[in-house]
Design a protein around this ligand. Structure first.
Ligand SMILES: O=P(O)(O)OC[C@H]1O[C@H](O[C@H]2O[C@H](CO)[C@@H](O)[C@H](O)[C@H]2O)[C@H](O)[C@@H](O)[C@@H]1O
Length: 268
């Protein structure tokens, strides 16, 4: 990777007087853990993409590496996911200090704190009913429901992509921007407009232990672009899986390298 390539690919911009953080791969020496906050996407970033939402695997060592990083940065570690918060809790129990779910619609600022939900309209129940009929008519597709919307998955039936999009557009277009169709990985997500991962970054960065730190957002998907933009706007950095980190595994190795596990004494 050349310096020129990095400068066109990576979003690392600062409008403040302080120098921008170094380009990836950021090493421990160049990353002041007492001044940085980490905000990570989940699917396709912390974990590899899997055939279904339920079948993702949290690789050995990831939880421990995240806990070491969280503790080394004063707790300033959040997961910002499109998944509902309870699913992040299922895969990473008691690990991130804060969690934003459903692309920022639901936010929990601290462990055991309340989940705050943005006041947004619910998707009409008629859409859900039609979506159920739709996935029933395309074997391999599936409907994932969330409080703040729903997802039409077509990973196991890629040929259905166009038909699902057509249906989603037909629901959303007459709402005049109240709802939108979000392109996701082998899926279309239908959700209310007005909140995105950028909002989640902004809101989380207002409170301890995140406030006053530089946000570093890492993600892999279209919805993560909002988080990256906001992290950069706040004087931090945004990195992408697939460019700045070639794979989620490379990203996980980077996390582990920031705060290595203590050497074993052999007496444990
Ligand atoms: O914001 P994220 O944490 O990246 O979550 C985005 C969506 O991830 C899940 O769907 C995607 O990952 C699945 C597991 O790898 C994969 O099977 C599916 O095809 C992907 O679209 C999740 O189901 C969604 O709710 C999230 O919005």
């Amino acid at each position: 990777m050349t310096g020129t390539q990095r400068s066109t690919r990576s979003v690392v911009v600062s409008t403040q007087d302080t120098p921008p953080p170094p380009q990836p791969p950021l090493s421990r020496e160049h990353l002041p853990l007492d001044r940085v906050a980490f905000l990570f996407d989940f699917d396709g970033t912390l974990v590899d993409i899997a055939p279904t939402p339920e079948s993702v695997v949290v690789p050995p060592g990831l939880k421990e590496a995240l806990v070491r990083l969280r503790d080394a940065c004063g707790g300033a570690l959040a997961v910002i996911s499109g998944r509902p918060i309870d699913q992040v809790d299922h895969f990473l129990p008691n690990i991130p200090f804060a969690v934003a779910g459903e692309h920022g619609i639901a936010i929990r600022h601290r462990p055991d704190g309340p989940i705050e939900r943005a006041a947004l309209p619910a998707v009409p129940s008629e859409w859900i009913r039609q979506a159920q009929d739709l996935v029933a008519s395309f074997p391999g597709t599936r409907l994932e429901r969330k409080v703040g919307g729903f997802v039409l998955h077509y990973r196991a039936a890629p040929e259905a992509q166009g038909q699902l999009k057509k249906a989603a557009d037909a629901w959303v277009e007459p709402t005049g921007g109240q709802f939108h169709v979000q392109a996701a990985k082998m899926a279309w997500e239908i959700r209310p407009a007005g909140v995105d991962k950028g909002y989640a970054v902004e809101v989380l960065m207002e409170d301890a232990p995140f406030a006053g730190r530089r946000p570093v957002f890492v993600g892999d998907d279209v919805t993560d672009e909002d988080g990256i933009r906001e992290a950069v706007r706040l004087g931090g950095a945004g990195y992408r899986i697939g460019t700045d980190f070639p794979t989620p595994a490379a990203f996980r190795a980077w996390i582990a390298s920031l705060v290595p596990a203590p050497a074993s004494t052999g007496k444990e």
